[in-house]
Write a protein that binds this ligand. Structure first.
Ligand code: GRF
Length: 201
């Protein structure tokens, strides 16, 4: 399956996906293009190093969020993209974009949704004092981090754990869980029944 990845930052999840394709954990798939809304995003470097087309699009050059998303969708379609992976993409995607790729856009979020939506989720959960948090991979719809949940993995907080250590643990889980969800998607093992997602073994 042809994959397009959208990023804004360091791209460690992108790297985990690139590695999973190379190692055959995600089969019969290629990343056709990586798009960033941030020029300095290190993920663009990671893409180039892997021989993947890496494109920066400056949102300031577009009059509205929809105009900007039209450009992104145009790039994705030109590259034959069938599955879109948001990997630390810090831009709100418009209903236009969602409708162009209905149930074909995935996101990863560093909490057990629906708790701690939005930015700084790890810190918010930590400051709240939860004893358990985790990682969620979900479909993207028009709501904020509210699409149907595909996979979740919980992490129990060790007593007195530092925020830095927790972040490390979360990212480690992300780098396994996202490739796993993508592999399930590309092999047709994910079925959507209303809000419920059935993931076959
Ligand atoms: C991850 O924690 C992901 O859950 C969140 O943004 C972060 C991206 O990190 N959506 P990276 O750019 O993949 O390193």
């Amino acid at each position: 399956m042809k994959i397009g990845v959208l990023i804004s930052g360091s791209g460690t999840n992108l790297q985990a996906i690139i590695d999973s394709i190379t190692q055959g954990i995600i089969k019969k798939s290629t990343i056709e293009v990586v798009v960033s809304n941030v020029k300095s995003a290190y993920g663009l470097e990671r893409a180039k190093q892997a021989g993947i087309k890496a494109i920066y699009i400056n949102s300031k050059e577009y009059n509205s969020r929809e105009e900007y998303d039209k450009k992104i969708v145009e790039i994705l379609k030109e590259n034959g993209v069938e599955l879109i992976i948001l990997a630390g993409y810090l831009k709100w995607i418009t209903p236009y974009f969602v409708n162009q790729y209905k149930n074909k856009i995935l996101n990863i979020h560093p909490s057990l949704l629906p708790s701690f939506k939005g930015l700084h989720a790890i810190e918010k959960a930590y400051e709240y004092g939860v004893k358990m948090t985790g990682v969620t991979v979900h479909f993207v719809d028009e709501s904020e981090d509210g699409g149907a949940i595909i996979l979740q993995e919980g992490i129990r907080l060790d007593e007195g754990i530092s925020l830095e250590k927790l972040e490390e643990q979360i990212h480690k889980v992300e780098h396994k869980l996202y490739p796993k969800a993508i592999e399930k998607f590309v092999t047709g093992k994910i079925k959507l029944e209303g809000r419920k997602v059935i993931v076959e073994k």
